[in-house]
Design a protein around this ligand. Structure first.
Ligand code: PNS
Length: 186
């Protein structure tokens, strides 16, 4: 029997920071490929909250339970990165009709530049249809609770970057509570 070609997909994005919506797309699309590469865009034109290396580490830490997922950063054109990684598929999540026009344009542009690479769209889970990295940052910047929007292990890091004052307050409240718990148990 002929050896089957390894099927590689790329899930590109800014992931600044990764949300539960992104994570859901990673978990679901990882089942479609032998290898799923999460490609973190290094965009010199934008000033992200987290450096690309930080975003890569954050994503690695929350996808470590998925064996076939690799995370790396890329700059330049997505199709060039896909070619370099021998990926034939690009994965994107669609939240709503409002995403569609931009996503369709990007997919068609990418396919025109590189006909061997197809874009596959997964519909975002309804629980996360309203979610984006930008709204998470907005809520966090006002000290709001972001526990339901991003992986819980990343909450302290994102809070301290978006709203250092409230993260400090929360930290010192937790310190006080731990101190109280220790006193109560003495
Ligand atoms: O999560 P985002 O910010 O919506 O992701 C957008 C991303 C990274 C997929 C897109 O900006 C991209 O592919 N950038 C790389 C440059 C590129 O190839 N642009 C041409 C596509 S039309």
């Amino acid at each position: 029997m002929e050896d089957r070609k390894i099927r590689i997909g790329i899930y590109p994005g800014s992931f600044d920071p990764i949300t539960l919506g992104h994570l859901d797309i990673i978990e679901r699309s990882s089942r479609l490929f032998d290898i799923l590469i999460v490609g973190v865009l290094v965009n010199a034109a934008k000033k992200p909250l987290f450096l690309a290396e930080e975003r890569v580490k954050m994503i690695q830490s929350v996808t470590s339970h998925i064996d076939n997922v690799r995370v790396c950063s890329f700059g330049g054109l997505l199709v060039d990165f896909a070619k370099q990684e021998h990926a034939e598929f690009i994965v994107r999540g669609l939240r709503a009709v409002t995403d569609f026009e931009y996503e369709l344009q990007m997919a068609q542009m990418n396919r025109t530049m590189c006909p061997g690479i197809d874009t596959i769209f997964l519909t975002t889970d309804l629980r996360y249809a309203y979610l984006s990295s930008s709204v998470v940052k907005e809520v966090a910047s006002y000290g709001g609770n972001i526990d339901r929007f991003i992986p819980v292990s990343l909450v302290p890091e994102v809070m301290s970057r978006c709203n250092p004052i409230s993260a400090d307050k929360k930290g010192s409240q937790e310190d006080k509570k731990n101190e109280q718990d220790r006193t109560d148990h003495q």
